[in-house]
Design a protein around this ligand. Sequence first.
Ligand SMILES: [Zn+2]
Length: 301
Amino acid sequence: MQKYLSLFLVLLLLACGNSSKKGAGVGERVLTVTIEPQRFFLEQIVGENFAVNTLVPPGGSPETYAPPPSVMVDLGKSERYFQVGGLGFEDAWSQRLEEINPDVTVVNCSEGIDLLEGHGHHHGNKEENSSLHEGLDPHVWTSPRAMKSFTRHMVEEVVAVDPGNEALYRANYERLLQLIGWVDSTVQSLLKDLPGRSFIIYHPALGYFARDYDLHQLSIEFEGKYPSPSQLKELVDIARREKINTVFVQKGFDRKNAEVIASEVGAELFVIDPLAYRWDEEMIRIATILARETDEKIDLY
Ligand SMILES: [Zn+2]
C-alpha cells in the first residue's frame, strides 16, 4: 500500500500538462520530438516556455506514420528536433526534413547510450534507408536508467537555445531525474521477487526494460513479421516450459494472434502502450502487471 500512496503523491506533484498536443501558437517557440514519451520528458524540462510538437501523434503508429501538413509546419519552426535515434522512420524523415528545412538542428537523444542488438524488427521504411543504427534495438525509452542521459541531451540543448532560463531548466531537470530514479526503484522493487522472469510480447518493445530488470522478453513477431508455424511452436514450447503467464500486445498491434498464443499457453493477455505520453505511469503499470499474483484482479485497461 505504501508504494501506491507514494505513487499518487508523485503523480499529484507532476504539475505539467497531460493535455494533448496542440499546434504552436503565433510567436510561440517550438521544439519537436518523435514520440509521446519524449514530449513528456521535454515538457517536464521546459514547462510552458516552448510548445512541444510530437511527430508521431498519440495513438499513431511509427510503422505507418505519414506526417500531416500542420506537423511539417511546426517542425519547420522548431529550434531543435529531438530524435529517439535509430527508429527507421526517423532516418527516412531526416532526409526530407533537411530538404524542406535545412536549418532545424537534429539531436540524437540515444547518443552515448549502450544500445542493444535488435532482432531484425523495424519501424518504417528501413529497406529503403540504409541506417547507421541498422540492427540496433531502438526502444531505448523503456529503460528508466538510460533515460537519465537521454534527457540530459534535452536539457543541454534547451539551455543552448534559451540560455536566459538556464537555472529554471536545470532545476526542472533535477526534478525529472528524481522522478526517473523513483520510477526505476519502484519498478525494481515490484519485480524483485518474481518467480518467473520471462514474458511474451507481440512486438519486441521491452528489450531495455528486460535488460534493466533481469527479465526475459520473448517476441511473437519474428523479424517484423508474424512467425512461421515452426517458430510459433517453438515459442509455445518455451512458454510452457518456463510457465509464462503474461502476454503483452501493444496498442495498435493485432490482438487476435496474441490472444491465441495466450490461451494456448494458459497466460493472461494485457494491452500495453509503450508510446504513451505518461511514460512514468506506463513503466510502473508494466511492472505491476508482471508482479501481479495470478489470481489477483487488477484494473488495467
Ligand atoms: Zn518497435
